[in-house]
Design a protein around this ligand. Structure first.
Ligand SMILES: Nc1ncnc2c1ncn2[C@@H]1O[C@H](COP(=O)(O)OP(=O)(O)O)[C@@H](O)[C@H]1O
Ligand SMILES: [Mg+2]
Length: 354
């Protein structure tokens, strides 16, 4: 790229040379020696004058423009006004350009300062909001312990006196709703911990088939109650260093969803694990209603549910899959879903072996 200075000096250098050259030619070809000499001296003066004028123009025009260009380039990199580029000029256009640029710099600087203050305020508000809701959730969780304790005492015969059938039904309803509330508060607390990066992971050597068997055992009664098949499909002898309680939590959320979305009697839910070199690929698949392609990336977002109508049959907070994603990523893995509507849905999650 050409610079103004270089162009200016090139043009004036060539012009001076031509003027000087013409003076020399005149001197050599002129019949009258004194006229030739006068023309030669004149051409030397003009050539020197042209060079001096160029130096002067360069000083008053190109130098301030160069400074302005450097200061603009510095500003565009740092968003701060560069020092050492103060410009003094009598050229009105350059003066105006410099004034406008200085005022633009000041405005940008002010805007950035205000913007940074807002970002800090928002971060602070966000932190306070999480801390507040975390405190509320804790406060809600604490009374649930005695509530559940008393419900269980009421459910045990001869513990707090006999209840009639209607009272027993009422206590059972209270028990189911209290468990739902406990689960919801637990999910909110887990989500908050994930947001704050405070969820602990305790890794231990885990036998994958033992883990799957214990999960299967836990969910068999619910599957039987809905009259669906719950089965396993896994590679033998897989060992993994991971947090088995958190893996269990991921499976629980996925299995609960799968059971909810298959039809009674024809539903099949399969849980399993495949050995894949340095990681294990766990999965939960079902032959339920499926998830349309456009919703598949949405469902991992917090509080997202496809059916939000009040008439929907299942309950839930929309936190389950967000928690699964947080846990799996916290353990160094990835979760994904493959689904064909009304045919099959499979959630896969990879966990590194070490
Ligand atoms: N196996 C599945 N089959 C069909 N839809 C599913 C399945 N698992 C999850 N979904 C959809 O993803 C949404 C989010 O799931 P989740 O985060 O567990 O929240 P929740 O279970 O509380 O609704 C569900 O509301 C449901 O619409
Ligand atoms: Mg769920």
């Amino acid at each position: 790229m050409l610079s103004i200075k270089y162009t200016l000096f090139s043009v004036s250098g060539v012009s001076s040379f031509i003027i000087f050259y013409m003076g020399v030619v005149n001197f050599l070809t002129s019949a009258d020696e004194s006229t030739g000499m006068i023309l030669l001296i004149f051409s030397i003066f003009v050539a020197i004058g042209t060079l001096l004028a160029t130096v002067h123009i360069s000083k008053i025009i190109t130098e301030p423009i160069e400074k302005l260009a450097k200061s603009m380039s510095e500003f565009s990199k740092t968003n701060k006004r560069a020092k050492g580029y103060e410009i003094k000029t009598n050229v009105s256009e350059i003066f105006q350009l410099n004034e406008d640029f200085t005022s633009m710099e000041e405005k940008v600087e002010k805007t950035i300062t205000v913007q940074n203050e807002y970002v800090e305020k928002l971060k602070d508000m966000d932190r306070k909001k999480i801390e507040f809701s975390s405190m509320v959730s804790h406060e809600l969780k604490t009374p649930l312990v005695p509530i559940l304790g008393y419900i269980q005492m009421l459910q045990k015969e001869n513990f707090l006196g006999d209840l009639n059938d209607k009272q027993i039904d009422a206590v059972n309803e209270i028990y189911i709703s209290t468990l739902k509330l406990q689960r919801l508060i637990g999910d909110i607390l887990t989500t908050q911990k994930l947001d704050l990066g405070k969820l602990d992971f305790n890794k231990e050597n885990t036998n994958v088939s033992d883990l799957l068997l214990s999960i299967l055992k836990e969910f068999k009664p619910i599957a039987l109650e809905k009259n669906i098949i719950l089965e396993m499909d896994y590679d033998e002898n897989i060992h993994i260093l991971t947090d088995k309680d958190r893996i269990n939590q991921v499976f629980s959320n996925l299995i609960k969803n799968a059971i909810d979305f298959v039809s009674a009697k024809t539903g099949i839910v399969t849980i399993g694990a495949k050995d894949q070199d340095d990681h294990v690929e766990f999965f939960v698949s079902d032959n339920g209603q499926g998830i349309s392609a456009d919703k598949q990336s949405e469902i991992f977002k917090k509080f997202y549910q496809i059916d939000t109508s009040t008439s929907r049959k299942r309950s839930g907070s929309g936190l389950g899959l967000a928690i699964c994603k947080g846990i799996v990523e916290g353990l160094g893995g990835k979760i994904r879903v493959e689904s064909e509507e009304n045919v099959k849905t499979t959630f896969f999650f990879n966990i590194p072996k070490n």
